[in-house]
Write a protein that binds this ligand. Structure first.
Ligand SMILES: CC(C)(COP(=O)(O)OP(=O)(O)OC[C@H]1O[C@@H](n2cnc3c(N)ncnc32)[C@H](O)[C@@H]1OP(=O)(O)O)[C@@H](O)C(=O)NCCC(=O)NCCS
Length: 163
């Protein structure tokens, strides 16, 4: 756990992802065009399996998002080199579009630096997701590559930043 960071009045902290968190996460559905990020119907055990690297992003007792570290944060179809820590995640649907993303991702980066001590952070973002690209750009990530994923035929951008 790291010290809480504050964004738009929300105190964000990363904690262990519990079975209750996982039951909540598998109900999350995003309005279009973000429907591809829906987590509805997934097995909650996917999120509590420690080998998958999921952590809960909370404001006190309230689950406001999740962060994911390691290979689970990768997207099918790219030849990843093991020189960076992959990070992914999302806010709960009703909290998107309110300017919380930058603090959410920054909180996740601080946690990643403290717990995994990587040299480089890496994120993989769908090219259509301008909102997410703006947030990672604001945090200093630079695009290094692009590819099309056979998982959904979308184009993804690979971005890195020194940790
Ligand atoms: C991606 C995510 C972290 C972004 O955080 P957020 O709090 O929703 O984003 P914000 O409201 O801060 O918006 C970020 C920027 O994008 C802009 N924006 C929002 N929607 C936009 C759109 N459709 N087109 C262009 N810009 C858009 C905002 O105006 C803001 O710009 P600014 O920084 O110049 O003010 C969050 O939406 C999320 O977790 N979504 C879940 C699904 C997802 O996208 N997952 C992939 C994560 S890599």
């Amino acid at each position: 756990m790291t010290a809480p960071s504050v964004g738009e009045g929300v105190r964000m902290q990363i904690v262990e992802l519990t079975p209750d968190h996982a039951e909540d996460i598998v109900t999350w559905s995003y309005p279009e065009p973000d429907g591809c990020y829906d987590l509805t119907g997934m097995d909650p055990r996917h999120f509590t399996d420690l080998t998958h690297g999921f952590w809960a992003l909370v404001d006190g007792e309230r689950l406001i998002g999740y962060r994911c570290y390691g290979p689970t944060a990768r997207v099918l179809g790219y030849d990843y080199v093991d020189d960076a820590l992959d990070i992914g995640g999302g806010l709960r649907p009703e909290l998107t579009g309110q300017g919380l993303g930058q603090t959410a991702i920054a909180t996740g980066l601080a946690f990643g630096a403290e717990n995994f001590a990587p040299r480089i952070f890496r994120v993989t973002v769908a090219e259509f997701n301008v909102r997410a690209l703006k947030v990672v750009d604001s945090l200093g990530f630079l695009a290094v590559d692009k590819f099309e994923s056979p998982a959904d035929d979308r184009t993804y951008v690979v971005l890195v930043r020194d940790a």
